[in-house]
Design a protein around this ligand. Structure first.
Ligand SMILES: [Zn+2]
Length: 595
């Protein structure tokens, strides 16, 4: 558990560089300044509409609009979210955060008309603005506004849809989530929660025990399947209505648009991965041999094949990453060093601190990284992952304010790339026995991030299309369809009818098609790593990608460094890496069997 040893390097956030506390009067002062500036802007441009018809008018308005975004308005919400994550018991922070977010919402609403008016100008006028040299800097930003405008309704209609989404969607998923969180199963005379039981299934030593506990979890899901059936039918139908009103054709179109991807790329990714499910099937074949079982059950899918004994304290981890990052590119090392010195990493688990790990960037404040380091190999790998996000964020800060964030689909490219830098570096130095365990774990992670998520996408698509066509899908149909798609990527694995009721608890299904971004990120970073391995000077191209932010679409970002994501060969190259890893694993296993 928590590492009690005090580390010699800084291991706590210094949030004082943002505000002194939740009571700091500077919070309200900053909001007052923003409120005033937004108000002046709104008053000016709700009357003066020259920006809708003249290049010079728009340049002037965009400059002022950009200046608004640079005000530290949302810095207060950023600070309170970080402070709240460190101390979930502090009610003062919670109430202040609520008040601040209400104020920010109002401030944002005052200028909502600006983008909306821009989105309504004629196609002819749009072309004039997009061709304008004076507006070059804002070109991609405007292009996105115009593209989105095709699917926007009028302002009052937008308001109704947004208000109604609470009752027709989010309250449904919240209800099922809360019912699920109260479910328990009995294990060895003790009542345990579903997440606890699910993680325990992975650790039980025999297939019989795993199957027994898995069935209890599925029984519990089955007992609430009726309500989850109603929930999914309701939210999918609600989405169908919205899509029809807005003019989206396919169920996945709005997700792809919101991640700045184009359909051709995403469909090529889905098809290429689906056509290559033989790779993940091969993995489960090898895994079943390694576990010494006749046939795997669905419950066996994440069982480890051994343990790694290596321990990495936070300080060790820092030193390993600092040496590795500096060797890869001096700038990477510098960023890590500054983060530690400046108190931008909170390393250890603490009472009241939230679990998990994340990186939280802000355009006019330092980036903060949260870890819950427990001295394991996994913790070290998570550290590398989050620093990948952090380094991406720091490079992106070179962009103007409209472009200094990044799409969901490129976020995970950076983080997994830094994980690969670490993995292959450590792998070289391992014994054959350690290599088997580490490589198995890595392939398992790849399989669930790439193949499982795409199988999930295929399930979602069938669910949406069936409900659109037939009006409803029963829980039995949902369960059967779930099993069908899970089988499609796992191959010759035993599935019980109950296993399909996993649909009740899978949160991803409620976010509609976002799962493709996992496969997108993982396969792209595999190709980047491969290029880097072949030629170390490719790091310059990687830095170019890291600096692009959202100034171009993900497709164009990678095209600029010579990668064509619209071509299926690109995705095949990424998968080839996983295939090679599986071959290497087989070789290591048979070598160790001969000993
Ligand atoms: Zn991540």
């Amino acid at each position: 558990m928590a590492s009690k040893t005090k580390s010699k390097i800084k291991s706590e956030w210094n949030l004082g560089q943002l505000y002194k506390s939740a009571n700091d009067p500077q919070i309200d002062k900053d909001l007052d300044v923003a409120e005033k500036a937004y108000g002046i802007f709104a008053k000016k441009y709700s009357k003066n509409t020259k920006y809708l018809t003249s290049e010079d008018g728009l340049v002037k308005a965009m400059k002022e609009y950009e200046a608004l975004s640079e005000l530290p308005a949302s810095k207060s919400a950023f600070f309170l979210h970080l402070a709240g994550d460190l101390n979930s018991f502090d009610e003062k922070i919670k109430s202040k955060a609520n008040l601040v977010s209400q104020r920010l919402q109002k401030i944002g609403n005052t200028v909502m008309f600006f983008d909306l008016n821009l989105s309504k100008i004629s196609t002819k006028q749009q072309m004039v603005f997009l061709k304008s040299k004076k507006l070059q800097k804002y070109n991609y930003h405007l292009k996105k506004i115009f593209e989105n405008s095709k699917f926007l309704l009028t302002e009052p209609e937008e308001k109704i849809l947004s208000l109604k989404s609470l009752t027709s969607s989010s309250m449904w998923t919240k209800a099922v989530g809360s019912i699920k969180s109260k479910q328990t199963v009995e294990h060895k005379g003790k009542k345990i929660s579903i997440p606890e039981a699910e993680s325990l299934v992975r650790q039980l030593p025999t297939q019989k025990e795993r199957l027994e506990l898995q069935n209890k979890v599925m029984d519990s899901y089955y007992s609430i399947a009726e309500i989850a059936e109603s929930e999914l039918n309701a939210i999918v139908t609600d989405k169908k209505i919205n899509d029809e009103l807005r003019g989206f054709k396919e169920a996945y179109d709005s997700t792809i648009l919101s991640y700045d991807n184009d359909s051709k790329t995403v469909l090529s990714l889905i098809k290429t991965v689906t056509d290559n499910f033989k790779i993940s099937k091969k993995f489960y074949e090898v895994k079943s041999r390694m576990l010494g079982v006749n046939k795997l059950y669905y419950a066996d899918r994440s069982v480890p094949v051994g343990k790694t004994s290596s321990k990495y304290s936070y300080e060790d981890s820092y030193n390993i990453l600092l040496e590795l990052f500096s060797r890869t590119d001096p700038k990477f090392g510098e960023i890590l060093k500054t983060f530690v010195l400046n108190g931008q990493i909170d390393a250890f688990p603490k009472v009241g601190k939230r679990g998990g790990a994340y990186c939280s960037p802000h355009h006019n404040a330092p980036t903060f990284v949260m870890l819950n380091h427990t001295d394991s190999m996994n913790s070290l790998s998570t550290f590398a992952h989050e620093m990948g996000h952090a380094i991406h964020s720091e490079f992106t800060k070179s962009q103007p304010v409209f472009y200094n964030d990044y799409s969901m689909s490129t976020a995970e490219v950076a983080s997994t790339l830094f994980e690969y830098f670490l993995f292959y570096d450590l792998f070289e130095k391992m014994s054959d026995e350690e290599k088997i365990v580490a490589l198995h774990d890595k392939i398992q992670d790849d399989v669930s991030t790439v193949f499982r998520q795409i199988a999930c996408f295929n399930f979602e698509l069938e669910m949406h299309n069936t409900i659109r066509k037939n009006g409803n899908m029963s829980k039995e149909e949902l369960a059967m369809t779930m099993n069908k798609h899970m089988k499609s990527y796992m191959g010759d694995v035993n599935f019980g009818d109950k296993d399909g009721y996993f649909f009740v608890g899978w949160p991803h299904l409620r976010f509609f098609f976002y799962v493709y971004s996992y496969a997108f990120g993982q396969l792209t970073s595999k190709v980047l790593y491969q290029k880097y391995k072949e030629d170390k000077s490719y790091i310059e191209k990687i830095k170019q990608f890291l600096s692009t932010g959202s100034s171009m679409s993900p497709e164009d970002t990678f095209k600029a460094i010579g990668l064509d994501l619209r071509n299926p060969e690109f995705w095949k190259n990424g998968m080839k890496e996983i295939e090679n890893d599986i071959k290497l694993l087989e070789k290591l296993v048979s070598k160790s069997a001969k000993k």
